[in-house]
Design a protein around this ligand. Structure first.
Ligand code: GLY
Ligand code: MN
Ligand code: MN
Length: 430
């Protein structure tokens, strides 16, 4: 692991928050992710499942966490099953957690090797009447791949058909969405690493650079700061490419007069930062680019003010749409007739601003959370309005990461990252 050890109190507290919401005499199981294959003997780098990570800090494949708060055997109230290691195995397979280290990371005293799982789990299930299974209920999740968790769920249902089944996901979405101070500090660190990358790029960009060269500068800055790299596939989109919302080719040359949209964030300790900035290739915005930039900035500043406890995100998105509508009229992009004739399900402003303004942020970039309940202090949201004008070869989005406070304006984890157009220009021309 490149990141510094995280205080295990975080995981002790997270488990307490989870078990407090379980029904009596139930156990819950959380599996790690697989290491995903490419072909031959190649694999993708390991990325831990965020739920087992959140509840234990174990950042290692082939791990299982079982929580059984009512277990008669005190040692079975929280149990980790890990891939066996020893000095000999470590020589061949590299460093894995031994039982003492697993306790240091997680605060869990009972650690078994994975090959003991079938026997011990059977004993635990014999005592339990319900089992919490961890299905992926993220609204945008869309994958054909069967995860290790999915395989486990299938098998449990075959092996223990008489148990009552419960869902972990609603509890996880609730407890993961409100961040502990330890998590906020980690997210702040991710944002600081992103800031270092942005500042580096502001001194690097000039006409003729290639989008992938910018990507390389960012990767360099992220890695030298103990990040594993990008929290999500970076978007480095110059000119009209910025109007393709999921542009990730990053293979074009940046031309004088164009604006580059950078949607790039470092991860740190598996926590995401998520930033968007737009910078002029030549170091100065044209008047029109500046008009559009300032319109987006205005919407962002107004939207942020709404990220306070009690806000309902569906209403927030509608309100931001109204603010954006005013700006698009001022820019001459839509008019009153467009608004009068608009489809209420797809208002006129959506022609130029077709995505949402905010999402939960945390261990996942599009983090889990409960969308229909009022937002609370300690939740972290992005705020990322944009205007995309393909006919002008221009797309502007501005995105920061904000922590909802118990009162007053949200705290901006990216407050030190240049945002105002003049500041961007000054730094590019320094
Ligand atoms: N970078 C992904 C997003 O902004 O949602
Ligand atoms: Mn983003
Ligand atoms: Mn985002």
């Amino acid at each position: 692991m490149k990141y510094d050890r995280i205080d295990k109190q975080l995981y002790i507290k997270n488990r307490k928050n989870f078990t407090a919401q379980m029904v009596a005499n139930a156990l819950a199981v959380f599996n790690s992710n697989d290491i995903y294959p490419v072909s031959a003997d190649s694999t993708l780098p390991f990325a831990q499942h965020r739920d087992i990570l959140f509840l234990s800090g174990v950042d290692q494949e082939e791990s299982i966490l079982v929580l059984f708060p009512d277990a008669k055997n005190e040692n079975h109230r929280e149990v980790l099953f890990l891939k066996e290691t020893s000095d000999l195995i470590a020589v061949w397979e590299g460093e894995k957690l031994n039982k003492e280290q697993a306790f240091e990371v997680s605060g869990i005293k009972t650690v078994y090797w994975l090959n003991q799982f079938p026997v011990i789990f059977k004993q635990m299930m014999a005592e339990a009447s319900a089992v919490y299974l961890n299905t992926n209920e993220h609204l945008r999740a869309n994958t054909e791949v069967e995860t290790r968790e999915d395989r486990f769920i299938k098998q449990v249902k075959v092996d223990f058909p008489a148990h009552q089944v419960r869902k972990s996901a609603p509890i996880m979405h609730r407890i993961r969405s409100v961040k502990d101070q330890i998590e906020l500090d980690l997210m702040q660190r991710a944002c600081k690493i992103t800031e270092a990358g942005v500042r580096r790029v502001l001194g690097f960009v000039k006409p003729g650079v290639w989008e992938y060269e910018i990507e390389a500068e960012l990767a360099h800055e992220f890695l030298r700061n103990r990040s594993n790299g990008f929290a999500y596939t970076p978007i480095i989109a110059s000119g009209k490419n910025a109007c393709v919302l999921h542009y990730i080719e990053n293979n074009q040359q940046c031309k004088e007069g164009d604006v580059i949209l950078l949607d790039v964030g470092a991860e740190y300790a598996n926590y995401s930062s998520d930033l968007t900035r737009c910078i002029p290739v030549s170091g100065r915005f044209t008047d029109r680019q500046r008009q559009v930039y300032d319109a987006v900035l205005h919407v962002k500043k107004e939207a942020e003010k709404l990220l306070v406890p009690g806000t309902i995100m569906a209403e927030y998105h509608k309100e931001v749409g109204r603010i954006m509508e005013g700006q698009l009229v001022s820019l001459g992009l839509i008019d009153q007739t467009d608004i009068k004739n608009q489809n209420p399900d797809w208002p006129a402003y959506k022609k130029y601003f077709m995505h949402g303004t905010s999402h939960f942020l945390g261990l996942d970039t599009h983090d889990v959370g409960i969308w229909h309940e009022p937002i609370q202090a300690g939740m972290v949201f992005t705020c990322e309005p944009g205007i995309y004008i393909p006919e002008e070869g221009l797309g502007i989005r501005l995105e920061d990461d904000l922590v909802v406070q118990s009162s007053g304006a949200p705290f901006n984890l990216m407050k030190d990252i240049p945002l105002e157009a003049e500041e961007i220009e000054d730094l590019m021309n320094a």
